[in-house]
Design a protein around this ligand. Structure first.
Ligand code: PHE
Length: 349
């Protein structure tokens, strides 16, 4: 138990401690800070000096303890003043002023990108028809991207699919077709899948080309599959998407992994087949949206599926390009400029 006189002394010190807290809370500038400093630490009349005077009235045996109490207070005053000074010396602009009456800051919500939303619409149509969804890697081997799809090394068809190589065998996939091979290696027919994903090409950006874009691949393998199934499925799909009246045409084409092959064009919905100077269709009135064909027997052999027993078809559609038509956009590059005023228009129903 401290003696009554020491107890009284420590109560006095406690009162100064409270005073220090009160005074320093109202300090707003260096001048006010100096006043507080003088109040407590001035050699002549500072509270600390006065306390040392007062301590001399304590009984001799209480003085050491009294002195410790004053020194503790003194250190506290010095620390607090130093901290205040450091804070006041930071330029006002950099100082975080906390105003609890301000409304909170709202964090922006993320949302799916329009191309992804559109991809989901396409997927829904195929899911309705009994397709399932498969995926594969964006960094592919030369074997899956080319060889297994019947592009021998140095085949000129590879020129159209030039891309970035990571080393001699790894590359950024140029189409979603390699996933056909990956699926057929693992799964025996019947197969009925779609494969959405990102692909890369050495394309110069223009209203309908981008060096990175999205494809939707389709693959059906079973006994007795014919070109009529391909045609019927794609026509149904495109009319579900763009309406019953959509004009569609199949044009003979070439792909090393399909035989026969066809590209599918739809009427140019940007100009309604009317503008000879249309930037989207170049005045032709048609726009190619996908490549397709019957799976080449050599591809089946590469994955140990018997081409005498099974046949199949495949297609690969440009999702972004088709989205342009669906949304009435004149330039595919808008999708990837990250202009929120553009992007925000597509938050679908
Ligand atoms: N992979 C081809 C392309 O990217 C499209 C395609 C897919 C063609 C499937 C035929 C069959 O152009």
């Amino acid at each position: 138990m401290p003696s009554p006189s020491l107890h009284k002394f420590s109560t006095t010190i406690e009162a100064y401690r409270t005073k220090l807290a009160d005074e320093s809370a109202s300090v707003r500038d260096l001048k006010a800070l100096d006043e507080v400093r003088n109040q407590f630490l001035s050699r002549k009349r500072g509270y600390v000096t006065l306390l040392f005077e007062e301590m001399k009235t304590l009984p001799a045996e209480d003085r050491p303890a009294g002195g410790q109490l004053i020194n503790a207070l003194k250190t506290e005053v010095q620390d607090r003043l130093a901290a205040l000074e450091a804070k006041l010396k930071v330029p006002a602009k950099a100082r975080p002023d906390l105003d609890l009456t301000l409304p909170g800051r709202r964090l922006p919500w993320g949302a799916a990108h329009p191309v992804r939303l559109f991809q989901q619409e396409l997927e829904a149509i195929f899911l309705e028809m009994g397709f399932s969804i498969a995926e594969g890697p964006e960094i592919e081997t030369d074997y899956y991207n080319f060889e297994a799809l019947n592009f021998p090394p140095h085949h000129p068809a590879r020129d159209n699919w030039d891309t970035l190589y990571i080393n001699d065998t790894l590359l950024l996939r140029t189409h979603t077709s390699p996933v056909q091979i990956r699926v057929m290696e693992k799964q025996k027919p019947p197969i009925r899948i779609i494969i959405p994903g990102k692909v890369f090409r050495r394309d110069v950006p223009d209203p309908t080309h981008l060096p990175m874009f999205f494809q939707l691949e389709g693959l059906v393998v079973d006994e007795g599959i014919t070109f009529a199934h391909l045609k019927g499925t794609l026509e149904h799909f495109l009319r579900r998407l763009f309406g019953e009246k959509l004009k569609i045409r199949f044009r003979p084409s070439f792909f090393p992994f399909t035989e026969p092959s066809a590209e599918v064009d739809i009427e140019c919905l940007a100009c309604g087949q009317k503008d000879p100077a249309c930037r989207v269709c170049g005045g032709t009135g048609w726009k190619e949206i996908l490549g397709s064909g019957l799976v080449d027997p050599q591809v089946f052999k590469n994955v140990n599926i018997d081409p005498e027993k099974y046949s199949g078809w495949a297609f690969g559609l440009g999702i972004d390009r088709t989205a342009m038509f669906a949304f009435g956009i004149q330039d595919m590059r808008y999708f990837f400029e990250n202009d929120l005023r553009f992007i925000r228009q597509f938050h679908l129903k």
